[in-house]
Design a protein around this ligand. Structure first.
Ligand code: P6P
Length: 336
């Protein structure tokens, strides 16, 4: 039972305030705002089955995907919470075609952070009661404070992130995040509405025996990826590995970080750049992975070194236990 013998997220933030580089408390307030939004979304996700909020909202987002009502609600909750706290100067979201500028024409608002979010990742799982998640990525703006944010504030490489994290709305609700000094996981005690430090210093095991990929796309994969999947399946040494694919990045990533494993969303002949978005899915998860002794590549490149060109650009994504990602890289390099 998570209760007063565990440290709360609020206490953790205060204790680690001094370790946030350049932070004057704004980053702490930003993490606190995300904590509040996470609790509100958690409440809505958990009751989704009870009220008429399931099913598509009738609109489609820039990805051309049916927007689930809960997607729209989660998006509104995070945007409103971040706006109300007057901490950020801009927000980009999977559910918004363009970025949102906040208080940027007001001299007194010298807010220095921009936030990029996937408010409800894995939303196609909502109607079948499978866990979903929120992913967030935080940067310092690069354009002058007090002026309207520009696209370049959002198109920063992942190695410039100051913080990143996810919320997984699963059998329990957890907030997992990093500010560049390791990864810590907090579990919500719904009775108290408080997040408690349940997983300090989370780290990917260097090796793992779980591979996560949608094998329904196998015929479309590059030969190097096909060869690696066959490597995972052959009866040799510590193999065959176990195949586990929930269809929700946050859940697959979270399980693999705890148990050891690799998640793959390769490009294919049907999705030339892969499916996952660089800015608000791959970059934050890659930052967390590297902070947890894991590795994240887009093929031949480190995810965090990719210089973005578009807000919603997609990249191939391979993330997880270091030695598993390195082995995959060997197979990919055979077909350079
Ligand atoms: P597929 C959910 O839509 C998502 O972005 C990730 O959370 C998940 O891993 C992936 O797409 C599932 O995609 O094509 O396998 O259904």
């Amino acid at each position: 039972m998570l209760g007063n013998k565990h440290k709360t997220l609020g206490e953790f933030i205060i204790e680690n305030q001094s370790s946030f580089q350049y932070s004057s408390g704004e980053l702490s307030r930003l993490i606190n705002a995300i904590r509040l939004a996470a609790k509100v979304v958690n409440h809505e996700v958990n009751k989704a089955g009870l009220i008429d909020i399931l099913g598509a909202a009738g609109d489609t987002n820039i990805q051309g995907e049916d927007q689930q009502k809960l997607d729209v609600l989660a998006n509104d909750i995070f945007i409103q919470t971040l706006k109300n706290r007057e901490i950020v100067c801009g927000i980009a979201s999977e559910e918004e075609d363009d970025f949102i500028s906040i208080n940027s024409n007001d001299e007194k608002h010298q807010n220095k952070y921009v936030v990029l979010i996937d408010p409800l990742d894995g939303s196609s799982n909502i109607d079948v009661n499978v866990s979903v998640g929120t992913i967030f990525s935080i940067y310092r703006r690069v354009t002058p404070a007090g002026t309207p944010v520009q696209l370049e504030d959002f198109l920063q490489p992942g190695n410039k992130q100051v913080a990143a994290g996810y919320i997984v709305y699963g059998t329990s609700t957890m907030l997992v995040y990093t500010t560049g000094d390791g990864v810590n996981g907090f579990t919500l005690n719904p009775a108290l509405g408080t997040f408690y430090l349940s997983h300090p210093d989370m780290r990917f095991p260097e090796n793992g025996k779980i591979y996560s990929v949608n094998e329904g796309n196998y015929v479309h994969f590059l030969q190097g990826v096909k060869d690696y999947i066959k490597y995972c399946q052959e009866e040799k040494e510590d193999r065959p590995y176990t195949s586990r694919y929930i269809g929700s990045l946050v859940s697959d990533f979270h399980r693999n970080m705890i148990k050891g494993g690799i998640y793959m969303y390769p490009k294919s002949s049907v999705s030339e750049s892969g499916k996952l978005r660089l800015l608000y899915e791959c970059n934050p998860m890659a930052f967390i992975a590297e902070q947890a002794n894991g590795k994240a590549i887009g093929g031949r490149t480190r995810i965090l070194d990719i210089v973005p060109t578009e807000l919603h650009q997609r990249v191939p994504f391979f993330v997880g236990s270091k030695n598993m990602v390195d082995k995959l890289q060997e197979f990919l390099d055979k077909y350079k």
